[in-house]
Design a protein around this ligand. Structure first.
Ligand SMILES: Nc1ncnc2c1ncn2[C@@H]1O[C@H](COP(=O)(O)OP(=O)(O)OP(=O)(O)O)[C@@H](O)[C@H]1O
Ligand SMILES: [Mg+2]
Length: 337
């Protein structure tokens, strides 16, 4: 056994594909029970490879990983019974109805017919698919299809749900719907969620904690707000009604202010917790005889975090890389590469 607290634990995990493609280069992290853990990174970062190892479909070439206390090397069967998996690519069968797809998944996971009926009745309304259950999947929107695949991934009540890019290619509305469904599933079933995405804003809104992965290495790990706090603070923009007097030095002395810069129309104030300082700053300006016209607070975004930790700007691209189709093929066949 590996760890006291982590429901997923990796230690120096590594995957080198033939041809010396170093997809995962010694990553170590722990996922806590019940959390939504985001694995965030651009195309080719190593996200699907990591999911492949944790779901026992790919063999690591170095290091170790445990899922629910079981070693991926020693007890792949045990792990498979405890997890649900939604792939980066769509796996629902177009020519079957939503309900039939769910029945098929239940059968693959070994769920009894009686339990299957109960679970389907439970899951359809939770994923807003009641009305569509008996229609063929080819009539579904992208968002409905992804929600169906989410339902299929948890039909057997897994302890841990792995989602590889569940919102890829969906419009913002569809992405929001999936995010809500994931949060709701966690809330109802206490399932731990391991999700990969390359949408920064999505990871920010959905995940309890995020690991930023790039070139097979974890570049940063923490709650979204911890990560953003690490880059040096919020930015407050103060615009006085009348800008004649210079308050730079007065503002710089306010406890909690990290730096102040005056520009043409006002002041740019950096602070670790900007929202806590707004009342004091407003009051300070007022008592100096310089009432403010506007105050704006901008929290740093994950874009800036990515830039800070990787030294380059983040580009959101579409489309899966090579791993995913191959992983899907091996889904229930018990084959490993
Ligand atoms: N079977 C394979 N053989 C050789 N190289 C591979 C294989 N599968 C993936 N790779 C390479 O390993 C690296 C990581 O790929 P991976 O699919 O894990 O990235 P990802 O973060 O999931 O990317 P995406 O956002 O495109 O899905 C990439 O350079 C990829 O080209
Ligand atoms: Mg991928």
């Amino acid at each position: 056994m590996s760890s006291e607290s982590g429901i997923i634990v990796t230690r120096d995990l590594e995957k080198v594909y033939p041809g010396n493609v170093r997809a995962v280069e010694g990553i170590s992290f722990e996922v806590r029970p019940g959390e939504i853990f985001g694995f965030l990174g651009p195309n080719g970062a190593g996200k699907s490879t990591t999911i492949g190892i944790l779901t026992t479909m790919l063999r690591p070439t170095g290091g170790e990983a445990w899922v629910d206390g079981l070693s991926v090397g020693e007890d792949p069967e045990g792990i498979r019974r405890r997890i649900g998996l939604v792939f980066q690519e769509s796996t629902a069968d177009d020519e079957l109805t939503g309900r039939e797809n769910l029945e098929l998944s239940a059968a693959l996971y070994g769920v009894s017919p009686a339990e299957t009926r109960t679970r389907i009745a439970e899951l359809l309304p939770q994923l807003s698919l009641e009305g569509a259950a008996d229609r063929m999947v080819k009539t579904y929107s992208g968002g409905m299809r992804r929600r169906l695949e989410l339902a299929a991934g948890i039909i057997h009540k897994p302890r841990i749900l792995f989602l590889d890019e569940p919102t890829l290619g969906l419009d913002p509305q569809g992405r929001t719907g999936i995010g809500e469904a994931i949060r709701d599933l966690r809330h109802r079933f206490g399932v731990t969620v391991f999700i990969t995405t390359h949408y920064l804003d999505e990871a920010d809104a959905l995940c309890d904690r995020i690991a930023i992965i790039d070139h097979g290495k974890i570049q940063a790990l923490g709650t979204p707000s911890e990560l953003k706090d690490r880059i040096g603070g919020d930015v407050l923009t103060l615009v006085p009604q009348d800008g004649s007097r210079d308050l730079t030095e007065v503002l710089a002395k306010v406890p909690g202010v990290l730096s102040v810069r005056r520009h043409e129309t006002g002041y740019r104030v950096k602070a670790a917790k900007g929202e806590a300082l707004v009342p004091t700053l407003v009051q300070t300006c007022f008592s100096q005889g310089v009432p403010l016209a506007t105050v704006a607070l901008k929290k740093p975004s994950l874009d800036e975090v990515f830039l800070e930790f990787t030294g380059r700007a983040y580009r959101e691209e579409e489309g899966p890389s090579a791993t995913d189709a191959a992983l899907r093929m091996n889904q229930f066949r018990g084959r490993r590469r």
